[in-house]
Design a protein around this ligand. Structure first.
Ligand code: OXD
Ligand code: MN
Length: 592
């Protein structure tokens, strides 16, 4: 590869001087490179090839390095208020000094890989280039799948093209003759996932887990990109992108934000249970949205692969994902079966014996699950049988519908629609969910997760609300309609009320009909809801009482919700846009 780029060369030299790797390898993104690295990891016992899935491998992480670590994630801006109350903050000079002392000599005994990558198809006007420096071959192989890596990116970069520098180290030098760990990483109190949005810079140290180490994903495509998008007038969102085609052949594009591990990948690959409807996946996690020449919002999926949560994925819940991971897949923290396949809870019948994610013998009567709750698959998006033919279209797809949601066992109805753009932004700003295993921390606690961006917004969240309001003003008559869904409501006895998965098409169909104006809606204090008979329940045996409960608005519970929203908004002080506060006042009035 030709190395004409003085700034990039200078940066690589500087990092090598600090981290002291034994060698430097410039990645070309080729299959040969992937195979060579994988072969070495198999030989050293770090990766296990799977007999049952061609060209697929299993990795087991260190037990403390299994998820994103929000408590060790920083947005480092000169002014603390610019990071806002929802982000951890340390001043840039202080954070850099701390991290430089950790980086010093941290790659001894290892190779420094230089990964030029593009977020978005290389020829897309919405794409951005990053360069990740890492000492982890596992990261290189995952980046090969999740992003576009290599020669074409270097060509686009030329001698002086813009790139976002992303520095990563697992933080575990190896001395000569020392036996390497199978998943080397640093202890928790030395892990840092740091972002310097004012200079478009990412420094990550100490973790090999995807969300902390594959820096194109959460760090670049969400945290840094959200700050760039605010400055430049576009949007970087934690959203899946889905194309729906109705039986008459009309297309609709929907972008939906749900917190981590709340079913985004399942919705993105939905197999519709209503005849004649078709769903095609454009992306399952991130959307970059810009206003097109016709004034409409256009979205691209900046990624090139899926880094999906494995447990719970099955031929019932997500057949397309199951078919996607048949080959060329990296599995992390799944169980290994005796016939050389992987298994996880919720996939289907348990094997009589397996090796669990910690490498121990496992049988169905074991006390602990065989796979970690946040076990993952990394797989090329092009392998998905329902990938949209336009998923790499440089200009993206036009968005008609925004959806917010979360995991709430009570209060939130199955679906409601915003009265206006501002009301929709209020819905996004107050979105809430029970916490999941995608972050290290307690599971099942209720928290506000505005726009599903709580862990991913690279600047003050109140200003982000303001940015959504401003974008709505710019979209004008092209503004997508906004809906809020909850697939997870339970009866007082704890029974799921909605079948979910492929039956979610019934709710999406109602949204499309709302856009076409072919169905009306009931005005309720919280928003517009389906009229009786308008949700298409053909072929679904759902008891009337369950449907009523799914759509019930409990005024007392909503009053309690208002107090919690006030507390949530309180943290933003005067920075909260008045238009958002007005929405809360309006909701309070409507509730009476
Ligand atoms: C993810 C996450 O991995 O949101 O997509 O944690
Ligand atoms: Mn995500």
């Amino acid at each position: 590869m030709t190395l004409q780029h003085a700034k990039l060369n200078g940066w690589v030299k500087e990092v090598a001087g600090l981290c002291r790797p034994d060698s430097i390898h410039w990645c070309d993104g080729s299959r040969e490179e992937y195979d060579r690295l994988m072969k070495r990891m198999v030989e050293s016992g770090v990766a296990t090839p799977l007999q049952k899935r061609p060209h697929s491998f299993l990795f087991r992480s260190e037990p403390g390095d299994v998820a994103r670590i929000e408590s060790r994630t920083y947005i480092s801006t000169a002014n603390r208020d610019d990071a806002g109350p929802t982000n951890n903050w340390v001043a840039p000079e202080e954070l850099k000094a701390t991290m430089k002392s950790l980086y010093a000599g941290c790659m001894k005994g290892r190779t420094l890989f230089v990964i030029p990558f593009s977020m978005g198809a290389v020829d897309s006007p919405i794409a951005k280039i990053g360069v990740e420096l890492t000492d982890s071959p596992y990261v290189v192989c995952n980046m090969h799948i999740m992003t576009r890596v290599g020669t074409t990116v270097m060509e686009k970069l030329g001698a002086d093209g813009e790139f976002i520098p992303c520095l990563h180290s697992i933080g575990a030098p190896v001395a000569p003759g020392q036996k390497d760990a199978s998943w080397p990483c640093a202890p928790l109190d030395q892990k840092y996932i740091s972002h310097f949005p004012e200079e478009n810079l990412i420094w990550s140290y100490g973790s090999g887990y995807g969300g902390n180490a594959l820096l194109g994903k959460k760090c670049l495509a969400l945290r840094i990109a959200s700050a760039m998008a605010k400055r430049e007038g576009w949007m970087a969102e934690h959203m899946l992108i889905l194309r729906l085609t109705n039986p008459a052949g009309k297309q609709y594009h929907l972008a939906a934000a749900f917190p981590s591990a709340c079913g985004k990948t399942n919705l993105a690959m939905l197999t519709p249970t209503l005849p004649g409807w078709k769903c095609e996946c454009v992306g399952d996690d991130i959307a970059w949205i810009k206003i097109g020449p016709d004034g409409r919002p256009y979205a691209i999926n900046p990624e090139c692969g899926f880094f999906g949560v494995a447990p719970g994925t099955s031929y019932d819940s997500n057949p397309a994902a199951m078919d996607t991971v048949k080959e060329n897949t990296i599995f992390t923290n799944c169980a290994l079966t005796d016939d050389g396949d992987i298994w996880w809870e919720g996939m289907g019948p348990a094997p009589n014996h397996a090796i669990d994610w910690k490498g121990r013998d496992w049988t169905p009567d074991a006390k602990e699950p065989a796979a970690h709750a946040n076990a993952r698959f990394t797989v090329p998006a092009r392998q998905c049988p329902v990938i949209c033919p336009d998923w790499e279209k440089p200009q993206g797809v036009p968005i008609d519908i925004f959806v917010f949601g979360g995991r709430r066992t009570s209060v939130m109805p199955l679906v409601h629609e915003a009265y206006s753009w501002d009301h929709g932004v209020f819905m996004g700003a107050t979105a809430s969910s029970e916490t999941t295993a995608a972050n290290i921390g307690a599971v099942g606690n209720l928290r506000r997760d505005p726009f599903a961006m709580q862990p991913f917004c690279g600047y003050n969240m109140a200003d982000y609300f303001g940015h959504w309001l401003a974008m709505g003003d710019r979209f004008g008559k092209h503004a997508p309609r906004i809906f809020y869904v909850n697939w997870f409501r339970k009866s007082p006895e704890g029974k799921w009320l909605w079948p979910g998965f492929g039956d979610n098409i019934r709710v999406l169909k109602w949204m499309c009909e709302r856009i076409d104006g072919t169905v009306g809606a009931v005005e309720t204090p919280i928003g517009l809801m389906p009229k009786e008979g308008d949700l298409d329940l053909t072929g679904l045996a759902i008891p009337d009482a369950d449907l009523k409960e799914l759509l019930r608005i409990d005024a007392d519970a909503w009053k309690a919700e208002i107090s919690d929203i006030e507390r949530h908004f309180g943290q933003f002080g005067d920075r909260l846009p008045a238009r958002i506060r007005r929405q809360l006042d309006d909701l309070r009035k409507r509730l009476g």
